[in-house]
Ligand binder design. Structure first.
Ligand code: SF4
Length: 490
């Protein structure tokens, strides 16, 4: 069955975000980047969550999707037989929607249950279900209720998984009914757009990130020059206001325009082509460090479905650390690391190893509040180590602070104080050419080689890359610390 220009639920959502995005999905789909490892992981996780929710609805029949024509036909047959259907495919004219769970209820009525990998109900979910309800009603089904099954973040796993505890089901029929009033008109508009020969002229705006970052952002935002107004730290609406007034570059922001202190520093750096350094503040920061210095970084993963007893959905599970130890001012450096192996809860081994490496004196230097939060969680999970972990937390110094406070600012950071922006800006070194170059990819790679079916060779290779990535995070912090010292000595 080949249907020309099918408006699916996903495409309808694209259309609500931006007509240009909708048009491109039909008219120029090559512009949309291929799904990356993160997208692939999310699809798989959604599938696992879906299977768990289905356990709450015994007797349901899954409709395979591989052959679209039979997917539609089988759904129609099951509807006639009033079966409980998982993954029902509803096609009316050129409009198609897949329904996670379509449940027959009293008389000839049906309930729609949409499954979400989320711990709360976001407003755009209403529009998604409205589309599903619209398709069902156009196909002649009478819908009684529309519900969302989502994750209960208060659920703590003990033994086997309990889908009754892990999910909440909320009736959102009233909200959906309000939303569906305009849907016919919206769909007509969208059908018109997808049949246009030319792409609609849409300028960038806040909708590029709302409700999710648009996959075409790299393409549509490419025209912006360096030092553009969207690089203003916490620019938000202000950046869009400037852009709407035709001001694209930071250097062109009029003197009277209200900027924050940090934004004024950015403007000064661009206009004078210089780096901002507040020597006195940086000196105070450097002087607050007590040797030996332990530069610490964790990697962690979080999964919707908790893997271990005592853990919750989306709880961060640290599985790796890297520590660079700078023993004294002359700079003798040692590297220590931990990378969990095996499918058991890695936290206990990580904690004991960490405590033995960090000893009981010297500053523990981190970048952001992430490590402190993880340590507090570990202290709660392993009360027998609480005193030692609390003492480590008390030794933490955050290297992010001087950059967050703009004690140092370099336009190459593009308004960001993250280590990924600061490291190349201040040292010229960075994460380019690394096979694993961000935390999200690190955690997915770890999950793949630890819990997935991969060859020993692939596992060994990925673990080496993980070691390399985490090591660079702490080595990078050492380089940044050294650079700060050089700057105040100059
Ligand atoms: S990046 Fe923005 S303008 Fe471009 S298609 Fe996406 S939402 Fe539309």
């Amino acid at each position: 069955m080949k249907i020309d220009k099918l408006l699916t639920k996903r495409k309808y959502m694209h259309g609500l975000q931006c007509p240009k995005y909708l048009w491109v999905t039909f008219g120029s789909p090559k512009l949309i980047p291929e799904p990356d490892i993160v997208a692939g992981y999310r699809i798989n996780e959604r599938k696992l969550v879906g299977e768990l929710v289905q356990q709450l609805y015994p007797g349901g029949i899954e409709v395979p999707i591989e052959d679209f024509a039979s997917h539609i036909e089988q759904t129609r047959a099951f509807i006639k037989q009033r079966k409980l259907i998982f993954g029902a495919g509803i096609l009316v004219d050129n409009i198609y929607s897949q329904i996670d769970i379509l449940k027959p209820v009293d008389n000839d009525l049906w309930d729609i249950i949409d499954i979400k990998n989320a711990t709360d109900i976001k407003s755009h979910y209403i529009a998604e279900i409205s589309f599903q309800k619209f398709c069902c009603e156009r196909a002649g089904l009478k819908i009684r209720k529309c519900c969302i099954a989502y994750i209960n973040n208060g659920y703590v796993r003990q033994g086997g998984l309990d889908p009754h505890g892990m999910f909440k089901i909320e009736d959102i029929t009233a909200n959906v009914n309000i939303d569906t009033e305009n849907i016919q008109k919206e769909i007509e508009e969208m059908v018109k757009i997808i049949h246009e020969k030319e792409c609609p002229k849409i300028t960038i705006s806040q909708h590029c990130k709302d409700p999710d970052e648009c996959l075409l952002k790299g393409h549509c935002w490419e025209f912006l020059p360096i030092n553009n107004v969207f690089e203003l730290t916490r620019g938000g609406k202000k950046s869009f206001e400037l852009f709407a007034r035709g001001i694209c570059e930071i250097k062109d922001i009029p003197d009277g325009f209200k900027l924050t202190e940090k934004q004024l520093i950015q403007k000064k750096c661009v206009l004078t082509n210089s780096v901002h350094i507040s020597k006195e503040d940086i000196k105070n920061f450097i002087n607050s460090l007590l040797y030996p210095l332990y530069y610490l970084d964790f990697e962690s993963y979080m999964t919707a479905i908790p893997r271990f007893d005592g853990t919750k959905p989306y709880q961060q599970i640290p599985f790796q650390f890297s520590i660079h130890i700078v023993k004294d001012k002359d700079g003798e450096i040692e590297h220590r690391s931990f990378l969990a192996d095996g499918i058991d809860d890695p936290r206990k081994k990580l904690v004991t190893s960490l405590i033995s490496v960090l000893g009981d004196k010297g500053s523990v230097v981190v970048y952001s509040s992430f490590e402190k939060t993880r340590l507090r969680e570990l202290a709660e999970a392993f009360p027998e180590h609480k005193a030692e972990i609390d003492s480590i937390v008390g030794r933490i110094v955050d290297l992010f602070a001087p950059f967050q406070d703009f004690q140092y600012y370099n336009s190459e950071q593009k308004g960001s104080a993250s280590i990924k922006a600061v490291l190349p800006a201040i040292t010229g070194k960075g994460y380019k050419d690394m096979e694993i170059s961000d935390g999200q990819v690190a955690s997915i790679s770890y999950l793949n080689v630890t819990f997935g079916k991969v060859s020993d060779e692939e596992k060994a290779k990925t673990r080496k890359e993980l070691e390399k990535y985490c090591c660079l995070d702490t080595k990078g912090m050492v380089w940044i610390g050294e650079k700060l010292k050089e700057l105040i000595a100059a």
